[in-house]
Design a protein around this ligand. Structure first.
Ligand code: TYD
Length: 136
């Protein structure tokens, strides 16, 4: 399976009508895990790079519910970039995949759905350490 297959771009149904748009994401239905945690990132801009880590135990779905950002995704061998620019699209990031988020528009609100509660110890924040762990 190549990296783009492991980290698919997801398209959610828009249940909107004349009153406005509505996007629903249900754990284990529209995304491949139960949602244990939600956080969102805003107030970033095009000068910062966030993320810069891989997670040993967590899976994520990233969605720009407002504005735009980019996610660079790598497994240490392949790499690709997803532009998150629609509230009804997201990208799935499984365990042990390195990600950088950058190029945030000033109105960017990046919503992150996670499969775990927060545990700082399951983060790998050193890229050389990441490469070592995935090559085992
Ligand atoms: P960090 O992992 O650097 O954010 P990002 O991946 O979005 O660039 O997190 C910033 C700080 O917030 C860091 O001190 C850890 C803390 N944090 C939590 O306490 N819980 C969480 O769920 C997250 C994502 C971060």
């Amino acid at each position: 399976m190549d990296l783009k297959e492991k980290c698919p771009v997801l398209h959610f149904n828009d249940l909107g009508d004349e009153r406005g748009k509505l996007v629903v994401i249900e754990g284990n239905e529209s995304i491949p895990f139960d949602i244990k945690r939600v956080f969102y990132i805003y107030g970033s801009d095009d000068t910062v790079v966030r993320g810069q880590h891989a997670n040993r135990d967590s899976e994520f779905v990233l969605i720009n519910v407002a504005g735009t950002s980019k996610v660079r995704i790598t497994d240490g061998t392949e790499e690709f970039v997803v532009e998150l620019n629609k509230p009804m699209m997201g990208v799935y990031i499984p365990k042990m995949i390195w990600k950088d988020m950058y190029d945030f528009s000033s109105d960017s609100v990046l919503l992150v759905l996670a499969s775990t509660h927060y545990d700082g110890k399951e983060y790998i924040r050193d890229y050389q350490e990441y490469l070592k762990e995935i090559k085992i």
